[in-house]
Design a protein around this ligand. Structure first.
Ligand code: PGA
Length: 263
């Protein structure tokens, strides 16, 4: 059976100019020098997508790098100043992050908005990278599982079994993001298993088989291999370390193409 590769996603957040981003992308391509053992997705700021899309079209050798947006609007079009729609992104990228905790927390994005964003992404052939995860208080109170299950239930409410294979779920505990304090292996495995079981229950085994469930939160060149080798880990969502081409290439290379995904 031809299993999908692991997926390594870089989230550049609010960093780098277009010119700087172009340099990072081409250095990453050089560093990876033909490596073809993982899906690599870069999510730069939206202003960079056009330039990076053109840059990628000029690369003649492997690896194939793909682009993702960091966010899309819950609206399709109209009077929504400052928003960027799924349709606008879809010619330039194949993926979009949706529901990152920084958007949920700092921009008060609700699960209802995220449900609409997921539907918009799928309608315009973008693969949603749906982020879920609990904060420190929920973890401390023993409510981490319930928070994640509630997010999944609402955020995927409008998704059908036929569509769900085009989704990546990223488990990102808030307390692990940007803190250097990555989750413990047992915590990651438990949560990835919980997510996988919830997906199987909701969409059935065949439909869930192709969904990739990944971990994010303080992943770096040192811990990537151990995390990626955990049971049920189909990839990584990397923030800070994705801005450093050498380190990000090290992370990407830890993906073992033989391993396939977990379902
Ligand atoms: P980090 O960010 O790797 O810098 O912790 C991860 C993320 O926010 O996606």
């Amino acid at each position: 059976m031809n299993l999908p590769q692991k997926i390594i996603i870089g989230n550049w957040k609010l960093n780098e100019t277009v010119a700087e981003g172009t340099v990072i992308l081409s250095k990453l391509h050089q560093e990876l020098n033909g490596f073809n053992g993982a899906n690599v997705v870069i999510c730069p700021p939206a202003t960079h997508l056009y330039a990076l899309h053109r840059e990628l079209a000029g690369f003649r050798s492997l690896p194939k790098l793909e682009l993702g947006a960091q966010n899309i609007s819950d609206f399709e079009s109209g009077a929504h100043t400052g928003e960027i729609s799924a349709a606008m992104v879809s010619g330039l990228a194949h993926y979009t992050i949706i529901g990152h905790s920084e958007r949920r927390t700092h921009y008060h994005e609700t699960d209802e908005q995220i449900t609409k964003k997921v539907a918009n992404a799928l309608r315009h052939s973008l693969v949603p990278i749906l982020c879920v995860g609990e904060n420190q208080i929920a973890r401390h109170d023993g409510k981490a599982n319930q928070v994640v299950l509630d997010q999944l239930n609402t955020d995927l409410a409008d998704v059908t079994a036929a569509e769900v294979k085009n989704i990546v779920i990223a488990y990102e505990p808030l307390w692990a993001i940007g803190t250097g304090n990555f989750a413990k292996p047992a915590q990651i495995e438990e949560m990835l298993r919980l997510i996988r079981n919830a997906l199987v229950q909701r969409f059935g085994k065949p439909a869930s088989t192709e969904i990739r469930v990944v971990y994010g939160g303080s992943v770096d060149g040192e811990n990537a291999k151990a995390i990626l080798n955990l049971q049920g880990c189909d990839g990584l969502l990397v923030g800070g370390a994705s801005l450093k081409p050498k380190e990000f290439a090290t992370i990407v290379r830890t993906a073992n193409p033989q391993a396939g995904i977990s379902a």
